[in-house]
Design a protein around this ligand. Structure first.
Ligand code: IMP
Ligand code: MG
Length: 178
């Protein structure tokens, strides 16, 4: 099976405009309050790098790498591959995600950050696929709402590839042929 990634869903220019708009909303809401920005690796690294350069408040950046898994007798658990260096107790945290899909990862992560005593936890995502949601997770800041398609580029991958595309492309599987 071959993969076709020629269809552009969101252009580089649209992404740049989105980053400025979303950063503006965050600046307006937080004012000069210090913000702990937590990009979720690996997918959010490009969006976060663009976003933080448009934020005006004092920013403390710290990364996490997490995934969700369903154990034999559980509905879902958070697997932390890389934890924060900061203690978020009393801090205002902004989680930066690449995309919200089912919402499972985010729900577990929010619970964890609240348990650690963060003063507030908000979510900023570059892309949102609400059609696929299995819970009531919502972002506070959203770049683009997209249809139920698998996308790559601007940090998002398919089996580790295509993260470096400057724009966002739809993945199509090409069957048959020779
Ligand atoms: P969920 O919201 O817990 O289902 O997981 C979201 C994660 O799934 C994201 O952080 C991505 O790593 C991955 N993901 C979901 N949809 C896509 C997509 O369209 N392209 C690339 N990765 C995706
Ligand atoms: Mg991924």
């Amino acid at each position: 099976m071959e993969i076709d990634t020629t269809e552009i869903l969101i252009s580089e220019e649209q992404i740049s405009e989105m980053v400025v708009r979303v950063a503006g909303e965050i600046n307006r809401d937080y004012g000069n309050k210090p913000l702990c920005v937590v990009p979720i690796l690996t997918g959010a690294f490009i969006f976060a790098a663009d976003l933080v350069r448009h934020l005006d408040m004092p920013v403390n950046l710290d990364f996490m790498q997490v995934s969700s898994y369903v154990g034999q007798e559980s509905t879902g658990q958070l697997k932390i591959r890389k934890d924060l260096n900061l203690d978020v107790k009393g801090l205002d945290v902004l989680v930066v995600e690449d995309i919200i899909d089912t919402g499972r990862t985010l729900e577990l992560l929010l619970n964890e950050l609240r348990k650690r005593g963060a003063n507030s936890v908000k979510i900023c995502t570059a892309f949102d696929k609400p059609d696929r949601r299995v819970n009531n997770m919502k972002s506070d800041y959203n770049g683009f709402t997209i249809p139920d398609e698998f996308i790559v580029g601007y940090g998002l991958d398919l089996d580790g590839r295509y993260r470096n595309f400057k724009d966002v492309r739809i993945v199509k599987e090409i069957n048959g042929g020779n």
